[in-house]
Design a protein around this ligand. Structure first.
Ligand SMILES: O=C(O)CCC(=O)C(=O)O
Ligand SMILES: [Fe+2]
Length: 284
């Protein structure tokens, strides 16, 4: 079972459930109007994308990435307080800021196969192996852009699998589907087993598949290439910082000896950061 909350619910209770089960659903995480506007902006690009995706994506997936370059509406999704509030709780004990890991619109169409169950932190293996109980580096989330039902391919998730040894295989009765209404988000630790399900209906299941990773880690998708500076400049500050136009410690990820966001905003360099920078460089 996946516990459901409303975006307006007490954050402490959500955090407790998220840490205990590794996954929760937050209903009303994103306003319907934002999803409508986003789908309108993405309509043509989506229609042009092939349905397929090979072994990992189950063979009936239509995906587009680079969403922040294609529509400014996603800024409201990636900065939604229901999502960032949980990321603050999960990730900030392990970093000074976090960034978008991947950002795609995923449609599951009829006729595919199950996506293999996987952990999103798998992209770092074997270089980072998360031990159960260690600090999180990744908080993944999927926003339902259509209702998620058992029939249309709602993501399969294994609650509790963040505490399992890596090699343990999930039994069928341990897997649940993240059924949820449009506008909800299923939020799960990067170490939780999950995968897209099969759609047996004649309408696609649509979702924004994303997540946040600690700011000192390489992002799975290069958001700075997917959303280059000209496109990022159209976005609100918080959104472009989340994409990666921000240094971690003042010099991790800098460019032209500046925080990337200073460059984008043509702001004066941050004086406090300058002091830190000098200190850090002296210690190199
Ligand atoms: O679309 C889904 O339900 C899950 C997709 C996913 O987990 C992935 O591609 O990493
Ligand atoms: Fe995944």
């Amino acid at each position: 079972m996946i516990r459901h909350f409303q975006a307006s619910d007490d954050r402490g209770a959500m955090m407790e459930a998220l840490q205990a089960d590794g996954v929760i659903v937050v209903e009303n995480a994103v306003p319907q109007g934002v999803l409508d506007a986003m789908m309108e902006d993405l309509k043509a690009d989506l229609a042009a994308a092939p349905i397929g995706g090979g072994e990992f994506f189950g063979g009936a997936m239509r995906r587009i990435h680079g969403l922040a370059r294609r529509t400014t509406t996603v800024a409201e999704i990636i900065t939604a307080p229901a999502l960032t509030g949980l990321a603050d709780g999960v990730l900030l004990e392990n970093c000074r800021n976090y960034r978008i890991q991947v950002l795609g619109l995923f449609q599951v169409w009829q006729g595919g196969r199950l996506q293999p169950l996987h952990r999103d932190i798998g992209v770092y293996e074997p270089y980072i192996l998360r031990e159960p109980g260690s600090r999180e580096i990744l908080l993944s989330w999927i926003v339902a852009v259509s209702d998620f039902t058992a029939e249309n391919g709602a993501t399969r998730i294994v609650p509790g699998s963040h505490t399992w040894p890596r090699e343990r295989i999930a039994r069928e009765d341990e897997i649940v589907q993240a059924e949820m209404p449009r506008g909800s988000a299923v939020v799960y630790l990067g170490s939780v087993l999950h995968g897209a399900a099969v759609n047996t209906t004649d309408q696609p299941r649509s979702a924004i598949v994303s997540g946040y990773a600690v700011g000192w880690l390489r992002q799975e998708e290069s958001q700075l290439l997917d959303c280059p500076p000209e496109a990022a400049a159209r976005l609100p500050l918080a959104a472009r910082q989340l994409l990666g136009y921000r240094a971690h410690t003042p010099i991790l990820g800098w460019a032209e000896q500046r925080d990337p966001d200073d460059l984008l905003a043509e702001r004066e360099p941050d004086v406090a950061a300058e002091g830190y920078k000098v200190q850090s460089l002296q210690n190199m």
